[in-house]
Design a binder for this molecule. Structure first.
Ligand SMILES: Cc1ncc(COP(=O)(O)O)c(C=O)c1O
Length: 455
């Protein structure tokens, strides 16, 4: 076999399928679905082994904010590699970890002052859940052992994070292994009562939560939410007034507020953090994904002095927080995060994103009267199109028909990575996308949806 054949898409895919077990995948699908070996990436573009290019319209699972291989992040990583690769963070520290913590405290909502690192989003959620529980325990409230989550929530797939996740696809099989959360109805505007505005829906869902807190606050450690957009549930969006009301309820009833900004943080929703739009500071802010610009795994939980001091005591008091991963605060990942935050520093990103969001909104007008589209929604640089069998009744396509998969296939044929969540086609591109590329992305979705809704 010649070298070029040996490194072709077909050859690499065959080798891969012989040994690699992929995430979020029924491997049997690959008997017909192409497995794409990616050999190069730059900006919004991925390139496969046969030289074909694909626009990464989903930012590689929502991680990539400034485009692939951004020169500033690449240079920082190369420099860091020449200095320090890794050292454990217990008993040791290093410039990237401490500097990044200083920066996160500087940019986080006011009042957040302590940074605890982990190495992926789910682990950050584990940390926040455990820290909240342990805070109450250290404060003499061992009766607080439960968590409130929103219907449709997604917080990751390790057992703790999955416990506060309410997406059936991920949860149901493992339910016997999980903690039992208390679910409160989501303020999702799409599921609001007919005729209700998003703000009215938010107000009603706050009343629902109040009733739940009246019954359960004594046993509840925290309410955990995805601020503004419940991404994995299908980019379900809600009014910022819910955040404001939720903060007030958590204060009134004495429970923590955990804001999981793993998907929506770092400029996605139009502000650096989504919480800013509700004018709130959570007790725990979970960050990951965009934190390193999509280059390396890293996560952080940012919390406040009150929480921190409930753990601060003589060793023999047994109050220390115990949660450790070998790669906690890895210097390379922290350095990539610092370089990413530097890119936000000139202040132009959010401004530019507003222009891109407006362009995206105009391009999406094409779906407004589509007979199979029940809703077109957008928050910043997240947009979604809800495919249904019948626009008037909002009757969904049965999940088993896998219409979204048809959009995925059609997208790839047009050099576009669209990866619908069931019947929801969404767009979450890197911020370096151009208006022309946005139009290209929406055109590919138009074609994909046309083939997906055909009987
Ligand atoms: C809101 C939210 N929380 C947590 C996670 C889990 O992050 P990770 O996949 O890095 O474990 C995700 C991942 O998509 C997410 O969207």
């Amino acid at each position: 076999m010649s070298n070029s054949l040996a490194s072709s898409n077909a050859a690499l895919a065959a080798r891969d399928l012989a040994v690699v077990w992929h995430p979020c995948t029924q491997m049997h699908d690959h008997e017909s679905l192409p497995m794409l070996p990616i050999v190069h990436a730059e900006g919004v573009w991925l390139q496969d082994a046969d030289g074909r290019r694909y626009l990464d319209a989903v930012s590689s699972w929502w991680t990539n904010v400034f485009g692939h291989r951004h020169p500033h992040i690449v240079a920082a990583l190369k420099d860091q590699l020449d200095r320090l690769d890794h050292v454990m963070l217990a008993g040791f520290t290093h410039q990237p970890a401490l500097h990044l913590a200083e920066e996160l405290v500087r940019i986080a909502p006011p009042g957040l002052s302590r940074v605890f690192y982990a190495d992926n989003g789910s682990s950050a959620v584990e940390v926040a859940l455990k820290m909240s529980f342990h805070y109450w325990r250290n404060s003499g409230r061992s009766d607080k052992t439960r968590f409130i989550a929103l219907t449709g929530s997604y917080h990751g797939e390790t057992l703790g994070a999955l416990s506060v996740t309410d997406v059936a696809l991920y949860r149901n099989t493992y339910a016997p292994l999980l903690l039992e959360p208390i679910l409160t109805p989501s303020p999702d505007a799409y599921e609001g009562e007919p005729g209700a505005t998003p703000a009215e829906t938010a107000t009603r869902r706050l009343s629902d939560l109040r009733r739940i807190l009246e019954r359960h606050a004594d046993e509840t450690c925290a309410v955990i939410i995805e601020p503004l957009v419940q991404c994995a549930a299908g980019m379900r969006m809600y009014d910022a007034s819910y955040l404001t009301g939720l903060r007030a309820l958590c204060d009134e009833f004495g429970v923590h507020l955990i804001a999981d900004e793993i998907a929506v943080g770092f400029g996605r929703t139009g502000t650096l953090f989504a919480c800013e739009q509700g004018g709130i500071t959570p007790d725990f802010l979970c960050l990951s994904k965009g934190l390193t610009g999509g280059t390396l795994p890293l996560s952080a939980v940012v919390t406040n002095e009150t929480i921190y001091h409930a753990f601060y005591a003589e060793y023999r008091a047994g109050k220390a927080f115990l949660h450790s991963h070998s790669y906690t605060g890895n210097p390379l990942a922290c350095r990539a995060a610092l370089a990413t935050l530097e890119l936000f520093r000139d202040g132009t990103t959010l401004e530019r994103n507003r222009g891109l969001s407006a362009h995206l909104a105009r391009a999406l007008e094409v779906f407004r009267d589509h007979p199979n589209v029940a809703d077109v929604r957008q928050t910043g640089l997240i947009a979604a199109v809800e495919l249904v069998r019948d626009r008037r009744t909002r009757e969904p396509f049965p999940a088993a028909e896998r219409r979204g998969l048809r959009v995925y296939r059609a997208g790839l044929e047009r050099g576009m990575v669209l990866r619908p969540l069931g019947n929801i086609v969404y767009f979450m591109p890197p911020y370096v996308i151009t208006p022309a590329e946005i139009s290209q992305m929406v055109d590919a979705a138009v074609a994909g949806i046309a083939s997906a809704v055909r009987e």
